[in-house]
Structures are given as C-alpha cells and as structure tokens.
Ligand binder design. Structure first.
Ligand code: IMP
Ligand code: MG
Length: 182
C-alpha cells in the first residue's frame, strides 16, 4: 500500500537554485579575499550551519582555504519575530587581530545580529569585516546594515529550511520554504 506523504508548503527556493548560487558566491568571495592569505570565516550559529557547510566546500573548489570558527548568538524570539535583544552564547576562539574576516549567516533580517557580530570583531582588532548571507530581507531592517555578499533577496516573510528553523523544525530541508503557505 502506498502511503500518502503529508502536505508540504511549496518551496520558495529549491536546493539546486541554492547550490548554483553558492558557487557564484564562492567565486566572488575568493576573488575578493585573493591576496589576503590569512583571511578567516566566522559563522554565526545556529542557523548558518548548513549554508557554511556548502559554502566552505564551494570555497575549497575555487582554491580558498580559510580558517573557520563559530560565534553562537541568539535573539530572544517568539516563533517568528525577534524581540530585539541579542545574547552571545559562545564566542569564537580564533584570533582575529589584524585579519580580514568574513562573517557568514543564514539570513539578514533586522540587522541586529550581524551589526553586533561586526562590532565584536572590530573590538577584537579585526582589520576588516565583510559579511555573507544566504538570504536578505531588506524590508525588515531596524539597524542599517548591508551584507557584502547576498545569495537571495526575499520579501518580508518568515522562512525556514536549509538551516533556518521554525521552533527547531525544518532545519534539515534541502530548500527554503514559507511554512505558513501550506
Ligand atoms: P536579525 O538579527 O534580526 O537580522 O536576525 C538574524 C537572525 O534571526 C538570523 O540569524 C536567524 O537566525 C533569525 N531569523 C531571522 N529571520 C528568520 C526567518 O525568516 N526564518 C528563520 N530564522 C530567521
Ligand atoms: Mg541566526
């Protein structure tokens, strides 16, 4: 007997679209950091873990081999809205002084997370800080912040999949969905 799969929300961005875009981003990042052999990545947990895994390997393919460490931050949020208060849960251990750093996050929303991460890196002496996000929701910005490398610009909708969660669910989906659109 065939079991019907449950109704799933339609995919906003497919796994193959994401993979193609990541290879473009990797080439651009490699070109931008070419000549700075000591550049490093700080990825913001938790949401960026899937993106970083694919971006890191795409960078390897184009010949870039940065050191990689993580910064865990959390915003106190209801299921879909951030309260605006951000806490550093785990600081990176990698020395960043006088180095070119690329911050990697899943999504740029209000801008608070990346603005704080940027400030932390500068305080610890990073020579330059650029940022790369898979998704950008410019309509939601509270703090003016622009990422240097953006995968996809999306409308003001709460999304999940590919590392992004709704109450800890959907992180393992290969593409991006709008969970409210089922
Ligand atoms: P910001 O500080 O408001 O820019 O929010 C950034 C963080 O909020 C991201 O790193 C995500 O973890 C989370 N976030 C923002 N928008 C979404 C969304 O649509 N889906 C899932 N997580 C989101
Ligand atoms: Mg996050």
């Amino acid at each position: 007997m065939k079991i019907k799969s449950s109704i799933k929300p339609p995919e906003m961005i497919s796994a193959s679209q994401i993979q193609r875009r990541i290879h473009v981003l990797a080439r651009r990042i490699q070109q931008s950091f070419d000549g700075q052999p000591d550049w490093a990545i700080i990825a913001i947990l938790n949401g960026s873990y899937v993106f970083l895994a694919d971006l890191g390997r795409a960078l390897h393919k184009v010949g870039a081999h940065p050191q990689i460490d993580f910064l865990a931050m959390s915003s106190y949020r209801t299921q879909t809205r951030s309260s605006g208060r951000i806490r550093v849960e785990r600081l990176f251990k990698l020395p960043v002084r006088r180095r070119a750093i690329l911050l990697v996050d899943d999504i740029l929303d209000s801008g608070r997370t990346l603005a704080l991460a940027h400030q932390l890196l500068k305080q610890r002496g990073a020579q330059s800080v650029q940022s790369c996000v898979l998704l950008d929701k410019p309509d939601r910005r509270v703090i003016p912040f622009q990422a240097d490398f953006v995968g996809f610009t999306i409308p003001d909708r709460f999304v999940a999949g590919y590392g992004l969660d709704l109450a800890f669910r959907y992180r393992n989906l290969p593409g991006i969905i709008d969970p409210s659109a089922s």
